[in-house]
Design a protein around this ligand. Structure first.
Ligand code: ATP
Ligand code: MG
Length: 564
């Protein structure tokens, strides 16, 4: 790989700590040697690249150890959830190459969760608290000071049962009471200080309608759903470490055999120059800052897909970054490296001139055209070739010509020779300018003997530039994307994220010149525009106006030389 200056270590082939745990459990014959995982998204937004990390380990572990992975929608909060999100989540998982054994919804378990809550009340392990959220929070204590018992903590069981039923019947207002587990207000782990397990929400649910008005909290639903389904390895991110004892506590109250799901926590994916939080991403969509959840600048899976990223590039990335127990920030450059690595092997090389100026080959016969073969991919000898047209009038990139060039400029400048990729060596003879001094045409003479197959075809010159023939080419729109955020760690920045946005994250170029081969390209098709970058056809394309997204640039040796 010569296209990148990043040089990440080779992916480690050793097992990650989750695989080690699974292999130990299998060795010990735990849970009848079953391996069952789940991916548990909350359907309150589109999946982002962080979720892809979770998907790859949840489905990957099941795949590797002959187990089962289910998709479970964590739809315990009716306020934020929508069917659109459910559909997009399914599409994204399948695009990553995975399939679930079953689709479940946490809401499917509302009856069992209700029964379990009733069981806890009857056992004296839960009570209805009529205090406000603020009062309850005030009594929580701090990590070093114990909390204070609620005045409702020892109310009669019958009273709690009656109120719990009424909570669900809609008798009471939202926020007027909650069901709390009665554990220990002095526990060192704050999550044990009588956690709230049910609250009132008077909003129809996308699946259960208005059947329920009392809804379980995440901590009361997640572990139990794992248990009801038979999950063995419940994988989540590190912020759930302090929740794990409570997860285990609820399951201990529920379990009737030795079977136990076990929670394991790994580090979240966080990228430089990127915000991964559905709340912020939703704001960007709703405020019209971006063009929907699949805007190619979005760090969503659908955004990266539209941008031209492949599922393979995501797997390459996940292999490189691995799964650990320590949070950290990954360089977004690593993802760019991964997509280059994949597309380098796959993408057909074509010519596209993004910022065109005309090049006239003055000694080439007027009206003559030639067909030249262009290799599709030098990295893949089976990729074949396609035909390109050569003619007297061509387009080249504006910055491939300079009238007064510095010494190390190996492109077109009067008196200098370059090779036109797949065609002849030409020598620059000058240019024509408009009244304002802008170059409007560049002139050169070609050397007939330097075409492939001709005697001087092997003659070396220092520069090779790309071009398209005026005849047969067509105009298209090209969208160049840059980082959405100007700061390296927007997640840690105290300013509002709107102040951190890069105003130049999208540049639209019109009138770019495309070789005719691209005429047949379809939405999602991926190409290497030679010397420029990897591009794909955007969904906004029409037959009259094709639109190409820049997935990622190639490293430009001239830009690097200039920087030195
Ligand atoms: P966000 O805070 O971005 O909205 P979330 O954690 O609330 O994300 P969920 O739908 O609840 O989103 O997450 C589904 C699964 O994806 C969980 O197991 C969660 O731990 C995991 N996950 C979420 N964000 C990341 C991330 N950045 N890296 C790895 N896994 C993640
Ligand atoms: Mg969440």
């Amino acid at each position: 790989m010569s296209e990148t200056n990043l040089n990440p270590e080779e992916p480690k082939k050793s097992l990650n700590f989750i695989e080690v745990a699974v292999e130990n459990d299998l060795k010990e014959g735990k849970n009848d040697s079953r391996v069952q995982t789940r991916f548990p998204p909350e359907p309150n937004g589109y999946l982002h690249i962080g979720h892809a990390k979770a998907i790859c380990i949840d489905f990957g572990i099941a795949q590797k150890y002959g187990g089962v992975c289910n998709l479970r929608f964590d739809d315990t909060n009716p306020v934020k959830e929508e069917v659109e999100y459910v559909d997009s989540i399914m599409e994204d998982i399948q695009w990553l190459g995975y399939d679930w054994a079953n689709v479940y919804y946490a809401s499917d378990y509302f009856p069992q969760l209700w029964d379990f809550a009733v069981q806890l009340i009857k056992e004296g392990k839960a009570y209805i608290d009529e205090q406000s959220a603020e009062e309850i929070a005030k009594q929580k204590g701090t990590p070093t000071e114990p909390g204070t018992n609620s005045p409702y903590r020892n109310r009669p069981i019958e009273e709690s049962l009656d109120l719990f039923n009424k909570m669900n019947e809609g008798v009471f207002e939202e926020g007027s009471m909650v069901l709390r587990a009665k554990i220990d207000m002095a526990a060192a782990n704050m999550h044990f200080r009588d956690p709230i397990i049910y609250r009132i929400i008077k909003r129809p649910h996308h699946r259960t309608g208005s059947t329920w008005q009392a809804y379980p909290m995440y901590d009361f639903a997640h572990g139990q759903c794992d248990y009801f389904e038979g999950v063995t390895h419940s994988l989540c991110t590190l912020e759930f470490v302090p929740h794990r004892p409570l997860y285990d506590w609820f399951i201990d109250q529920l379990a009737t055999s030795d079977y136990r799901p076990h929670q394991y926590e790994f580090n979240k994916l966080q990228f430089t120059y990127t915000l991964l939080s559905k709340r912020n991403l939703r704001a960007m969509v709703e405020e019209g800052i971006l063009d929907g959840w699949d805007d190619p600048r979005m760090p969503t899976i659908s955004g990266f897909r539209r941008r031209g990223y492949t599922p393979e590039s995501i797997h390459i990335l996940m292999d490189k970054i691995g799964y650990t127990k320590y949070d950290g920030v990954n360089d977004i450059g690593l993802f760019e490296y991964s997509i280059r690595e994949d597309l380098n092997k796959k993408a057909t090389r074509v010519s596209a001139v993004l910022n065109p100026v005309k090049l006239v080959i003055t000694n080439y016969p007027e009206g003559k055209t030639e067909i030249m073969p262009a290799q599709n991919n030098p990295e893949d000898e089976n990729a074949g070739s396609h035909e390109i047209l050569f003619s007297r009038e061509l387009y080249i990139e504006r910055d491939d010509f300079m009238e007064d060039a510095p010494k190390k400029y190996f492109r077109l400048t009067p008196g200098n020779e370059v090779r036109l990729k797949n065609a002849y060596i030409v020598k620059c003879t000058g240019c024509k300018k408009d009244e304002a001094g802008n170059v409007i045409e560049v002139y050169a003479e070609y050397d007939e003997m330097t075409k492939s197959g001709m005697p001087d075809s092997g003659r070396k010159v220092k520069g090779t530039i790309h071009w398209v023939s005026e005849e047969g080419c067509f105009d298209a729109e090209v969208r160049l994307y840059d980082r959405l955020f100007m700061v390296e760690n927007p997640a840690d920045d105290e300013r509002d994220f709107r102040e951190l946005l890069n105003p130049d994250s999208l540049k639209v170029l019109k009138g770019c010149k495309m070789e005719s081969y691209l005429n047949d390209a379809k939405e999602g098709d991926k190409f290497q525009f030679q010397r420029t970058g990897y591009f794909c056809v955007d969904k906004d394309s029409t037959p009259e106006n094709m639109v190409f997204n820049r997935t990622v640039s190639l490293k430009d040796s001239w830009a690097k030389a200039k920087d030195r």
